[in-house]
Design a protein around this ligand. Sequence first.
Ligand code: AMP
Length: 143
Amino acid sequence: MGIYKRILVAIDLTDEAPEVLGRAQTIAQNNDAELLLMHVIEPVGYAYGGDIPMDLSELQNQLDASARKQLAEYGKRFDVEPSQHIIAVGRPSSEIHRAAEEHNADLVVVGSHGRSGIQLLLGSTANGVLHGSKCDVLAVRIH
Ligand code: AMP
């Protein structure tokens, strides 16, 4: 019997995603744990300040569809059933906290660039997830 029963891995769909997901998959296998695969879609309004009124719904729909498709592909590649996929919309760290609690995850796995100094103060997603998490957090160092 392993230490962890339900592991939530959050991926950002960039080049680093396979490294983070691969690590989570190995830990899940070694612990005989369930693996939940999550991606958080960030509303386009977050990046664009919103000073000029603009209809961003079409762009948002395209981004949502693309994110869902990519998550499904990662799921297939790493053997995570669609029923174990979680898609949320919002701020990544808050949504990851919420999902971890909702699904009773006992470990959250994210990637970390090991930033320091001013970037650490500004905060990365790994930092945000670590602070306030009710369960263990593994930050996979991205090289
Ligand atoms: P960042 O601090 O944004 O460079 O991201 C570090 C890690 O946080 C990534 O490797 C993912 O594990 C996680 N992460 C960042 N953005 C997202 C997102 N939109 N959805 C899910 N996980 C994310």
